[in-house]
Design a protein around this ligand. Structure first.
Ligand SMILES: [Zn+2]
Length: 120
C-alpha cells in the first residue's frame, strides 16, 4: 500500500473515534513510520512472537498535573509491521483502527495490562 494511502487510513481511524474522546485529546501527534526503531523497541514492551504495530510516547492525560512546554505526545503507526501481519486491505484497515485505538487509550492513561484484559 502507498504510504499516502496508509496515512489517510490512520488519520481516518483517528477521526472515527467518538467525539467526546477527540475533544479530550490534547497535544498529540499521529505519525506513520515504516517500523519501530531500536530505541522505540526498547521503550516498549512487546510480547514474544508479536511485532510492534504502533507505539505511544508521551505523558498520559492522567499524569499531567504539572504539564507545560513539552513536546506533544506521539502515536506512531508502523506501516511495514502492520502490512506484514495482514493479507488483505480489509485486514490492514482493521489493524490500523485497532492500533490507533490501543495507542489513544495509552494517551488516556490506560495501561497494556488493562487493555490486554479487555482485548484491545
Ligand atoms: Zn500498548
Amino acid at each position: 500500500m502507498e504510504t499516502a494511502e496508509f496515512e489517510k487510513l490512520a488519520r481516518e481511524a483517528l477521526k472515527q473515534l467518538p467525539e467526546k474522546i477527540l475533544q479530550q485529546m490534547d497535544n498529540i501527534d499521529l505519525v506513520v513510520e515504516e517500523s519501530a526503531t531500536n530505541d522505540q523497541l526498547a521503550y516498549s514492551v512487546v510480547k514474544e512472537g508479536k511485532s510492534l504495530l504502533g507505539l505511544y510516547e508521551g505523558i498520559p492525560l492522567t499524569e499531567r498535573d504539572d504539564y507545560g512546554m513539552v513536546l506533544p505526545d506521539k502515536i506512531s503507526i508502523f506501516q511495514d509491521s502492520i502490512e506484514a501481519v495482514c493479507t488483505t486491505n480489509e485486514e490492514i484497515v482493521r489493524e490500523v483502527r485497532n492500533t490507533v485505538i490501543h495507542e489513544v487509550a495509552h494517551h488516556f492513561g490506560i495501561d497494556d495490562q488493562t487493555l490486554d484484559n479487555i482485548g484491545i
